[in-house]
Design a protein around this ligand. Structure first.
Ligand code: FMN
Length: 385
């Protein structure tokens, strides 16, 4: 099987599983603790049923939307995924090019392998930058200024990880960043020579072992090969003051990622955010978090019309995207699915994943008799009462 003969996200996932070393695949694919939140995100979406209206001449169907004053071809965006650059040589550029080709935004994570300026130069399109706030706040603020100079359209401030998640499998697998050969990963890597030569080999020739290329020098020099996920920038003292400071610093669209409570959505609005992302980090941090689609309605009730509401977590089908839009979301972010695509075939693989969503969204619109995603609403959500 290859990405050209993949007909579902699960197909792409299977290819990624074969191509990537286990330590890397599990870092991408898995959740935290018992992985309840990760599974619940998907199950909760599957449990929602859509209402079809028939004989409604659904010949013309539109799924393009306008977000932050810009038209995009589909109601989805690629969310931030640290270490995407390990799924393919310069994987972040591959992902960003795929997004640009398909007319949707791409988010570059703080913990990416490719310098942000290089992504802007090589990919173009609508680019967002995701920020983790280090305890040394000035270093994060410098990164924000750098992202502004580089030309990113929006800043996503991730707030749901004040302390590091457990993710025991990362410790067992012995995969680290900066990448290092260890006694625990050497067999795993040796069993994936294609990945070793085409990803690690190319980095070695180009710029050395993959590392967090956007971290300031001061942090780079201090990082000594931590298990994957452990070098993420946790900061226990995160506070709304941080949003205030970012609002003063960042002149473009400001998005808060990781909102799970309507009162926090209201606070994000109060502190000047343009949008929120209802997110539990794909079930990768608090394992007892509710499914994001289950908390969407009350957040919509709290702030709809006053700011944009985005959502992520478990969206594996076009029908899932339709459900969130019908419940009031303005757009949906993808995490793992486009990483599976990149691992399967670089830019072309990621494009194939986005195309799969485009076809499925279009098909479901036709099946429920809806002409435009803008017309989706609660009437399209089946209720037993
Ligand atoms: C491998 C991986 C790395 C991630 N890294 C980040 C990150 O650096 N910053 C962030 O805000 N979210 C990160 N996330 C979370 C995603 O942005 C997103 O919230 C989540 O993956 C959505 O769920 P889904 O994978 O089910 O689509 C990461 C997710 C994955 C799978």
């Amino acid at each position: 099987m290859n990405y050209k003969t993949s007909y579902s996200i699960e197909d792409f996932r299977e290819i990624a599983k074969k191509r990537l070393p286990k330590g890397l695949f599990e870092f991408i694919d898995r959740g935290n603790d018992d992985e309840v939140a990760m599974v619940e995100n998907i199950k909760a979406l599957q449990s929602i049923k859509l209402v079809s209206r028939v004989l409604n001449n659904a010949t013309l169907r539109n799924q393009s939307i306008e977000l932050f004053g810009k038209k995009q071809q589909m109601p989805i965006a690629i969310g931030p995924t640290g270490s995407a650059g390990l799924t393919w040589f310069e994987g972040e550029i591959e992902l960003a090019k795929a997004a640009a080709a398909k007319g949707i935004p791409f988010t570059l994570a703080t913990s990416s392998m490719t310098p942000m300026e290089r992504v802007v130069k090589k990919a173009g399109g609508s680019l967002w930058f995701q920020l983790y706030m280090w305890p040394q706040r000035e270093l994060s603020h410098q990164l924000v200024r750098r992202a502004e100079r580089a030309g990113f359209d929006a800043l996503i401030f991730t707030v749901d990880t004040p302390v590091a998640p457990g993710r025991e499998y990362n410790l067992r697998n012995g995969f680290t960043i900066p990448f290092k050969f260890t006694s625990r990963n050497i067999v795993d890597v040796a069993l994936h020579p294609h990945w070793l030569f085409n990803v690690i080999g190319k980095y070695l020739i180009d710029s050395g072992l993959p590392r967090y290329a956007n971290f300031p020098d001061e942090l780079q020099s201090r990082i000594t090969a931590l298990p994957m996920g452990r070098s993420m920038a946790t900061n226990e003292s995160l506070h709304w003051e941080d949003v205030q400071q970012l609002r003063d610093l960042w002149p473009r669209k400001l998005i808060i990622k990781g909102i799970q409570h309507p009162e926090d959505a209201k606070l994000a609005l109060k502190y000047g955010a343009d949008a929120i992302i209802v997110s539990n980090h794909g079930g990768r941090v608090l394992d007892s978090a509710p499914a994001t689609i289950d908390i969407l309605p009350e957040i919509v009730h709290a702030v709809k019309g006053k700011m944009n509401i985005l959502i992520d977590g478990g969206f594996r089908r076009g029908s899932d995207v339709i459900k969130a839009l019908a419940l009031g979301a303005d757009a949906i972010l993808l995490g793992r699915p486009t990483l599976y695509g990149t691992a399967s075939g670089g830019q072309a693989g990621a494009e194939a994943v986005i195309e799969l969503y485009r076809r499925e969204i279009d098909r479901v619109l036709g099946l429920i008799g809806c002409h435009d995603v803008a017309d989706l609403g609660l009437d399209h959500i089946f209720s037993k009462n």
